[in-house]
Ligand binder design. Structure first.
Ligand SMILES: *[C@@H]1O[C@H](CO)[C@@H](O)[C@H](O)[C@H]1NC(C)=O
Ligand SMILES: *[C@@H]1O[C@H](CO)[C@@H](O)[C@H](O)[C@H]1NC(C)=O
Ligand SMILES: *[C@@H]1O[C@H](CO)[C@@H](O)[C@H](O)[C@H]1NC(C)=O
Ligand SMILES: *[C@@H]1O[C@H](CO)[C@@H](O)[C@H](O)[C@H]1NC(C)=O
Ligand SMILES: *[C@@H]1O[C@H](CO)[C@@H](O)[C@H](O)[C@H]1NC(C)=O
Ligand SMILES: *[C@@H]1O[C@H](CO)[C@@H](O)[C@H](O)[C@H]1NC(C)=O
Ligand SMILES: *[C@@H]1O[C@H](CO)[C@@H](O)[C@H](O)[C@H]1NC(C)=O
Length: 190
């Protein structure tokens, strides 16, 4: 199946190192990320300053919750600041986005002040079109995002690599820099 088709369907993919289909081109200005999957039609990524969530930050019961405005660094790390237009004005800023390493048993996608954690990868974030992928140390590219119900309505925890995660209600998602079109909004509310 074609890479783009898999991404659109939200199927986890792996692209071998050096694959010619890749155009690694990061956005040059600040951007938000939006999750797409079964029943999740472009919900924005937000954080409370630690874990990553998808949904509307202002619907969270945490006063630190705010939609994230990302900046792509030249070293393929992503720096997170609150988008105060979209939400609250929290105390966190300048956090580094990270996913668990291949050797980690954690599934949590998160943010931290520090770029050095042996069990997490805070770099290797590359884009295929509008889709966010992660480049492993092997050079392979992966899209292994998934969402788990958080316990609050319409808010999911954003996770990475569902292998060995038996949580009920998991939804495979893709992350894109493009917000939902009005048409998608209407479809998800119908
Ligand atoms: C910030 O939020 C506003 C309101 O939702 C949105 O229009 C804007 O595109 C967002 N900016 C970024 C960089 O995500
Ligand atoms: C996903 O998790 C499995 C089991 O923990 C691990 O073997 C594999 O390397 C992980 N893959 C990635 C890309 O993190
Ligand atoms: C980041 O640093 C600030 C100030 O030192 C601290 O209050 C905050 O808890 C830290 N956040 C994270 C996610 O480590
Ligand atoms: C932002 O975070 C990075 C990495 O943790 C750090 O090197 C840099 O000094 C911070 N910048 C500001 C303005 O706090
Ligand atoms: C990394 O994982 C190992 C094994 O689970 C653990 O002992 C270690 O404390 C972790 N390191 C960090 C920085 O979390
Ligand atoms: C885990 O991530 C850190 C930080 O990016 C990196 O230095 C380390 O080599 C990674 N380990 C593995 C096993 O991928
Ligand atoms: C927010 O809601 C979650 C899920 O219902 C709950 O576990 C948590 O304690 C709540 N937090 C606050 C600060 O009310």
């Amino acid at each position: 199946m074609h890479v783009m088709q898999s991404l659109i369907l939200g199927i986890p993919i792996a692209i071998a190192a050096g694959s010619p289909v890749l155009v690694e081109r990061a956005p040059t200005s600040a951007f938000g990320l939006f999750a797409y999957g079964d029943g999740i039609g472009g919900a924005p990524l937000f954080t409370t300053g630690d874990g990553a969530f998808i949904g509307t930050a202002t619907h969270s019961n945490d006063s630190q919750a705010a939609q994230v405005e990302f900046i792509a660094n030249s070293d393929n790390s992503l720096v997170a600041n609150p988008n105060t237009t979209a939400a609250n004005d929290p105390t966190w800023s300048n956090l580094t986005f990270s996913v668990p390493n291949t050797t980690s048993s954690s599934h949590q996608v998160g943010f931290s002040n520090s770029t050095s954690d042996d069990n997490r990868s805070g770099s290797g974030f590359v884009f295929y079109g509008d889709f966010l992928l992660h480049k492993e140390t092997s050079g392979d590219l992966q899209s292994m995002w998934y969402a788990v119900p958080s316990g609050q309505d319409n808010i999911w925890t954003l996770n990475w690599n569902y292998t060995d995660d038996d949580t009920d209600g998991k939804v495979l998602v893709t992350l894109k820099t493009t917000p939902p079109s009005k048409a998608v909004d209407d479809a998800s509310e119908a």
